[in-house]
Design a protein around this ligand. Structure first.
Ligand SMILES: [Zn+2]
Length: 450
């Protein structure tokens, strides 16, 4: 933590740009602060959170070049960074949901490895004909018949998974060597299931059918149109439970001297059976059957946690409306944080903690908060939108912004708001430039009346 707090020393000279610092912040500093937080975070007291927030605040000020008095939430909002406490909460949720409850699965891995060692890639046949099938070269019934005759496969299984916003499902169809449909099976899944799960379960489903059907010393072929599943099967390091399940089944069949080959076909090939199973999987989505497999994919859990935390952060930002924060900044405005450079001048201008008489007066550095133009206090709001001294800069910005966006935006605050909300690099550059001009002007004005 000390290292982080003293990071000012390590920044070097000239100071690297904000995007680079941002990358260091995300990749080095935050992991350093939150390391192991899933385990130790439960014991954190309010005091610890306060200390961590203080460290993070110092860090953000150092990175962005803001004034030391800038409020933490203003910094987070302008830089579009989630407050540290919520980041820690997110880590803790992830730990709870993804790791601690699944300890039994982790313990099972040693058994899974043993399967992996037994697992040679003999499930993937290398013959030219099968490759032809995989490339979608066999399109007609006759071609498929000829293929089956020359390859001695007694069963042919087509598998497919399907997911859209209405639901998920998967299906498998088993044909015999004369392409008679033996069985077809469909299963629905909950909406949150992933395509990966659908496709893997479809293969498991097909293998289960084959376990019952095929005879000793026979050969069968399972076709999938999922590249990810096929690659995961080929890679021996993949430790996904469903992939393990497929492997176990293949090994078991192999041990019983029943050969099953798995082949990836292109999803848009017109191979008979492929279209059928595609339709069937789509029907499975709407099936009213009870869902058997309800393991929530990790990706879904992560997404849910992220949404939850974003929601909380938004609420915090809304509750803490700082009056000096100049415009309404939407959360998540910075879609390319590793490219977008917010100059320190812009930060000063937006946060109100900068060379403005009103601010300096509040900090007891100036006797009077008034502006040399004689029209009231010199706050960031005043200098940007009403001060007569800055009218030239104001007009320039409006002209440039409207020519860029071809939209009639008439006030400066409105221009700033839409620019931040759009988050495009060119327009951020534009307001960076504007902020620099304004700050130059206001620091001159500040010096004048002192
Ligand atoms: Zn003024």
């Amino acid at each position: 933590m000390k290292v982080v707090a003293q990071s000012r020393r390590y920044l070097g000279h000239p100071k690297p740009s904000l995007p680079i610092l941002r990358r260091i912040h995300d990749a080095v500093l935050i992991p350093k602060i939150t390391y192991g937080i899933g385990v130790i975070g439960k014991g954190f007291s309010e005091e610890t959170f306060k200390q961590l927030t203080a460290v993070h605040r110092k860090l953000l000020i150092t990175l962005s070049g803001g004034y030391k008095t800038t409020p933490y939430l203003s910094l987070c909002k302008i830089l579009d960074i989630i407050p540290i406490r919520l980041q820690i909460e997110q880590q803790m949720y992830k730990w709870n949901y993804l790791y601690s409850s699944q300890t039994t699965d982790v313990l099972n891995l040693s058994i899974d490895r043993a399967v992996e060692e037994k697992f040679d890639k003999s499930f993937a046949p290398e013959s030219e004909e099968v490759k032809k099938l995989a490339r979608g070269k066999i399109k007609t019934q006759e071609e498929l018949n000829a293929f089956l005759a020359s390859n001695r496969y007694s069963y042919l299984c087509f598998t497919d998974g399907s997911k859209d916003e209405t639901g998920c499902g998967y299906a498998s169809i088993v044909y015999d060597s004369s392409l008679r449909k033996i069985t077809e099976r469909t299963e629905p899944l909950f909406k949150y299931a992933s395509v990966f799960q659908c496709e893997a379960l479809a293969i498991i489903n097909a293998l289960e059918t084959l376990e019952k059907k095929i005879r000793f010393n026979s050969m069968s072929l399972v076709l999938t149109d999922s590249e990810i599943i096929y690659k995961a099967l080929m890679r021996t390091t993949k430790q996904h439970l469903l992939i393990q399940c497929i492997r176990e089944k293949l090994v078991r069949l192999q041990n019983e001297n029943k050969t099953v080959h798995v082949v990836q076909v292109s999803s848009h090939s017109n191979v008979t059976g492929n279209e059928d199973v595609d339709q069937l999987a789509k029907r499975a989505r709407r099936s009213k059957k009870k869902v058997k497999f309800d393991v929530i994919p990790r990706s879904h859990i992560k997404k849910q946690i992220e949404q939850h935390i974003a929601c909380k952060a938004m609420k915090q930002f809304e509750q803490n409306k700082s009056r000096s924060l100049m415009i309404n900044i939407p959360m998540g405005w910075n879609t390319s944080p590793y490219k977008c450079n917010i100059s320190k001048e812009l930060l000063w201008l937006l946060s109100g903690h900068g060379p403005f008489n009103q601010y300096l007066h509040r900090m007891r550095l100036k006797q009077s908060p008034t502006c040399p133009c004689g029209e009231g206090d010199m706050s960031n709001h005043h200098i940007v939108s009403t001060c007569s001294k800055s009218s030239q800069e104001r007009d320039n910005l409006i002209v440039e912004a409207t020519s860029q966006e071809s939209e009639l935006t008439n006030t400066v605050t409105r221009v700033l708001e839409t620019t931040i909300a759009s988050g495009t690099l060119a327009s951020i550059e534009l307001i960076n430039h504007f902020a620099k001009e304004i700050i130059k002007l206001s620091s001159n004005l500040c010096n004048n009346i002192n």
